[in-house]
Design a protein around this ligand. Structure first.
Ligand code: DGL
Length: 276
């Protein structure tokens, strides 16, 4: 029996998940959404498994408390380090009728039709690279695809500090792409495996050979959500449809409003919360 009726929860460690939320709202504007950014504790990328899991579970609890029947972890680091434990160990105890989904599986499913050389590159946070989630998922679905990953620890700070459009960013964009392509020159498709990276897209494009496809996740994750809601009517019926979007942050409201304006083209109403 499904009790919760409410908005779709979208969670990220910071602002990156807004790139995913935007695509949800473009493709599925009829639903209500709550975005939660743990801006006070971002970035998650260099944190341990235990810490990312603990923080992510706190966010899921909060979004459930606010009535969300479905929560999307719009963060690769949280999807890599916390999703499985939450789905397998926590959800059955918290509420069997609610769902938590991530962004890695929908991204992985998309690459089969994109790569011809079957050599795929992955750029992501240290946490996502170390977790091996992408190579493991890709191996399960498409064993003939070879994956090479490089961690880009400075890209999230460049985005979060609004330095991504300046020359200083060039050095670190070139550096990580160079590292990746020197490890496997046959790569023809690169997954941008962090929801912050679309903001660096034009710089990444500038320093990547033109024949290489760059995969930003938003489109694939939103298509996958649409498909999921179509296939799971029991969840879809619980998602309220008023077309609204609320924003929550663990940092100050002013800071969120200012930085979120880089990602969003509208004035937003934000509330500050504590996760514990
Ligand atoms: N946006 C998150 C991701 O997709 C990472 C940011 C962070 O390091 O907290 O991995």
């Amino acid at each position: 029996m499904f009790s919760a009726q409410g908005p779709i929860g979208v969670f990220d460690s910071g602002y990156g998940g807004l790139t995913i939320l935007n695509k949800f709202r473009e493709l599925l504007p009829q639903y209500d959404y709550i975005y939660l950014g743990d801006n006070a504790r971002t970035p998650y990328g260099n944190r341990s498994f235990e810490v990312v899991y603990k923080f992510t579970l706190q966010a899921v609890h909060k979004l459930f408390e606010l009535g969300c029947p479905l929560v999307i972890l719009a963060c690769n680091t949280a999807s890599a380090k916390a999703l499985r434990s939450i789905q397998q160990n926590d959800l059955p105890q918290i509420d069997k009728s609610r769902r938590v989904l991530g962004v890695i599986r929908p991204t992985v499913e998309s690459i089969d039709s994109l790569t011809q050389s079957r050599h795929v590159g992955l750029l992501a946070t240290i946490g996502t690279i170390k977790s091996q989630s992408y190579p493991l998922e890709i191996q399960k679905l498409y064993p003939d695809i070879q994956v090479t990953g490089v961690a880009c620890p400075l890209w999230v700070p460049l985005v979060e500090n609004n330095e991504f459009n300046y020359e200083g960013a060039d050095f670190f964009v070139k550096k990580y792409i160079g590292q990746l392509l020197s490890q496997d020159p046959l790569i023809d498709t690169i997954i941008l495996g962090c929801t912050h990276y679309p903001l660096l897209m034009h710089k990444i494009r500038q320093f990547t050979p033109q024949h290489i496809k760059l995969i930003a996740q938003g489109e694939y994750v939103s298509n996958s959500l649409k498909d999921y809601l179509f296939r799971h009517k029991e969840i879809e019926h619980c998602c309220t449809k008023g077309g609204t979007c609320k924003f929550l942050t663990t940092e100050s409201i002013e800071k969120f409003q200012e930085s979120a304006s880089l990602f969003l083209s509208e004035q937003i109403h934000v509330n500050s919360i504590i996760l514990e």
